[in-house]
Each structure stands twice: as structure tokens, then as C-alpha cells.
Ligand binder design. Sequence first.
Ligand code: MSP
Length: 524
Amino acid sequence: MTSGRSFYITTPIYYPSDLPHIGHGYTTVAVDTLARWHRQAGDDTWMLTGTDEHGQKMLRAAAANGVTPQEWVDKLVTESWFPLLETLDVANDDFIRTTQPRHEERVQQFVQALFDRGYIYAGEYEALYCVGCEEFKPEAEIVDGTGPFEGLKVCAIHSKPLELLQEKNYFFKLSEFQDRLLELYKTEPDFVRPESARNEVVSFVRSGLKDLSISRSAFDWGITVPWDPAHVIYVWVDALLNYATAVGYGNDPEQFARRWPAFHVVGKDILRFHAVIWPAMLMAAGLDVPRGVFAHGWLLVGGEKMSKSKLTGIAPTEITDVFGSDAYRFYFLSAIAFGQDGSFSWEDLSARYQAELANGFGNLASRTVAMISKYFEGVVPAPGEYTEGDLTIQKIVADAAANADAAVERFRIDEAIAAIWTIVDALNGYITENEPWALAKDEATRERLGTVLYTAAEGLRALAVLLSPVMPASTEKLWVALGASEGLGRLHDQPLREAGAWGVLRPGATVEALTPLFPRVEQA
Ligand code: MSP
């Protein structure tokens, strides 16, 4: 059921030496939700995630643990990073590891192509390097150390001392791409989103670009520079290329033509790599630039960017063990404006779980199914004549579906959920107003009772379809309980862009008992 419109979307590839925390989980579920949406809408969708396994950070972590870097990353990826995808119910199409031969060989091919095209030269380099960032730091991000680091230059992000590196390096002529990049941001205003991220990138590039050091010779945990084996390729160049190597760059032209270019979703901390360096690399190689880069904000815990090194890291399982994966997905994607920073707190999570999921959506589902069981022996009634109030619900459903799809096009998952939630709120109000329990008392209002319950059930059918990319597990339960799978097939085969049509759920279908979608939780 693909329409042919290609939609290829990626998460950043994560450093496996950090254990997965809710910040990594946030990016991953956002990308998964966008991918699920497009997939279910019939777009030719591909979702990629993976791990970034080379570089000095990884080498040192392995050494500190007394194992080889390959053993170290193998263990972490298997024990922590693959399981994260299950914990969060992620339906990725591929998982790339930068230590895989399919990646390493193509990276060498790409870098060789840049060299052959004259975009790489050798030079001497001396600069301050942050191993945490895996980056030579620009002036603006170098600050004076305090406490134990008094008298030293430290990284503004990691607050750890920088290391002075002096090496022969190969350089990529990034400076040559300033004008072409500015032209790109101008002709494609959506290339970097949101607006604040775009402005930052434009002013950064306007202030001038320096050539980029793209090789290291002081250590060897990386991909060898093909024409000079004493060097390994800079870990960020290696990492960015995953987006291309994973879809057949250099070895499967058909797959590459089908998927490329991609949309990249990244945290704002790594925006410049994606919106400046990466498109310049692609231009130099004569390839298409990405379709777009969306930078989301940081999760803040206690007002600070959450991070493991600052001991504010929270493992996703701490949340999913208590609230489930759907609640995790819903909470982060609805409570934070996508593109802005957002504060996480257990209180806020619990309150929203209770109000929006348990009392709002869950209760609507349980009572509708329960009333159909009680008043119609479990058979979805046929609607009679519709009143103004019923037609209003139908319009709300149609508008919500259209608005949600438009919001997803803008990558605003939070706005999509808000649009969909108008259905939850409207239906809860509708049931209160129409009092089906009162209609059930009088045989004369039986047809009206049928219309009201059909309206509620059909609204829930639309909700199940629209919310399935966000909450795949609970919507599946609801779908089955509504008896929808009987006549309509599987939930994830329901065409998403037609979710707002009315009259899809078939009268006569048999509902099944529904255990609470969002059970009461003991306060964490
Ligand atoms: N390996 C590089 C990325 C290479 S992409 C070609 C890297 N990895 S990372 O493990 O540090 O992950 C960075 C990403 O994790 C961020 O861009 C962001 O998507 C996510 N987050 C990490 N901490 C986060 C928060 N506190 N809040 C939100 N997202 C966070 O950088």
C-alpha cells in the first residue's frame, strides 16, 4: 500500500558507552512515531537508528574496563542498546553500527571520492580537543576551569579539561561551501527546523567557516584513511556517513536512489554537524543534501540538561516499568513542544498519566465498550438519524485527522496529539450530555441510544487509528475490543490519512471486554 512517496527518517547514532537514558529515548520515540505515521499513511517509509562506535571516547572507556574496543561496544550494544528499542516499542527498519563492514568500506569509498575531487588536503594542526564532544572546540565553547580544574581550559558543555592536540591532519575544505550552504538555507527555508535552529545555523555559517580536520593519527580506533593508513577518519565524518551507507551508498544504487535523501531528527546539541558539515560533505561528493534537519530541544531535569555525566540520567525502563511504553511515548511527545526544551518531573508524568490517559482516553474507551456490552449484548449498534450534536462530533473527528496530519508534516508531533485529543475531550463531553444510561431506561429511546453509542465507538475507531503511531500497544488493544479487526483488518493497515472519514466501523461487529488501557499505578 505504498504511494511511492519516499520518507526516510533517521535518529542520531548514539554513543554506546553512555547507557541509554530518557534523552536518547525521546529522540528515538519521536522518530519512530513520525515513521509509523508515514508508514501507515502509505508512504514508502524507512526508519534508521544505530550506534556510533569509533573514536577516542570509546577507546578510553574500553581501556578503563580492560577489554578491546570491539568487545566493549559489542557488549553495550547487545545488552543495552538493542533492548532499548524493545523497551520503547520502536519499529525501526534497520540498525546500523559503524563497526560493520558495510559501513566501514563505504566510508573509505566516500572519503576517497572527496580526496579525488580535490576537497581534502594535508596540514598541520594544533587545537584544543574535547573527547566528550569528540570535537575541536571553537573559541566560544572554551571556558576557564574551576575547582579541581582551576587554571585549565575546559569544555563549556562537559566542564572537563580540553586536550591540546598537535598532529598532521587531513582537512576537508569546508570553507569553500559557505556560499552554497547559505544559498541552500535561503532557497529551502525548511531545510533546518524549527525557526530558532535555522537562525542559529545561518548566523553561524555567515560568520565564516574554517576547514575541518577529518583525520586523527594519535590513536587507531577508527576507519583507516584509504591513502594513508597512519590515520583514521575523524569520528564525526565516519558517523554522519551512516545515513548514506545504511541505504546502499556505494554498493546498492537502486536502494540508495529509492531512499535518499533523508530527514534527520537530532538534539540541538549536534545541529551544526548535521546542518552545516554534513550537507557540505554531500555537496562535495556530488550527492543530494538531506531533505531536512529537525533539531529538538533538551530534556531538563531539575532545570539542567539531563545527562549521565551530571548524574541526572534516568533510564527509560524506570518509566516504562511503572507506566508502560505507551505512556512513555505519549508523555514526552505530548508534553513538550517539539523543538523546545522541556522539563521532566515524575509529578508531571504521573499527573498527565492520570488525567489524560487513565481518566481521559482510557475511561472513554472502557465505558463505551462496557455500555455496548451491557445495552446491546456486545454488538455495535447501527446509528439512526444523526442530530446536530452528532454531526458536530463527526466534524471534530474530520478536522482533528486533517490537522494532525498537517502537524506531522511540520514534525510537530505535540501539535498532532493536541489535535487528536480534541476528539477525546469532545467524546467525553458528548457522553456526559447524552447520558446513554438514561436513554437505556426507556425502550422509546433505544434507537437514540444506538446512535449515541455508535458515535462514541466510531470516534474511538478514529482515535485508535490516529493514535496508533504514538501508542501502538494500547490502540491495538482498543482496536480488538471494538471488534474492528473482524471487518476492517489489522490496525496498522488502516490508511491514516483517511482516519477522519465517518461510518467506517461496521455495525454488527462484536465488542470484546476491555481491561483498563492505563491501569492505576502505585505512585513511583
Ligand atoms: N554519536 C553522536 C551522534 C552522531 S549522529 C551522526 C552523539 N551521540 S549521543 O549518544 O551523545 O546522542 C546524542 C543525541 O541523544 C542527541 O542529539 C539527542 O538526540 C539525544 N539526547 C541526549 N541527551 C539528551 C537530552 N538531555 N535531551 C534530549 N535529547 C538528548 O552525539
